[in-house]
Design a protein around this ligand. Structure first.
Ligand code: FES
Length: 81
């Protein structure tokens, strides 16, 4: 979905930049979102907030599942050898 019509920035563009560690100001500078008419600012900030809130949980869940996986448990592999 296009969030910023003036700069043609989508919600996926914004989410990708949040996942890269950027805050709203960084994204605004990089993509130009909310730099012309400003009507998209609220929606763009909401997307940044939603992605920022969900991203750390997803990373922790992924790290936990990797650590608990037998395929990545090197100590169990060494004990078997
Ligand atoms: S719609 Fe984003 S600046 Fe106009």
């Amino acid at each position: 979905m296009i969030v910023c019509v003036c700069q043609r920035v989508s919600d996926r563009d914004i989410a990708r930049h949040v996942r890269a560690g950027m805050c709203f100001s960084d994204i605004q500078l990089e993509l130009g979102v909310a730099t012309q008419c400003g009507r998209c600012e609220g929606c763009a900030r909401d997307i940044v907030a939603q992605c920022s809130a969900t991203q750390p949980v997803a990373a922790i869940q992924l790290a936990t599942s990797i650590l608990e996986s037998k395929a990545w448990n090197s100590s169990a592999h060494l004990a078997a050898v």
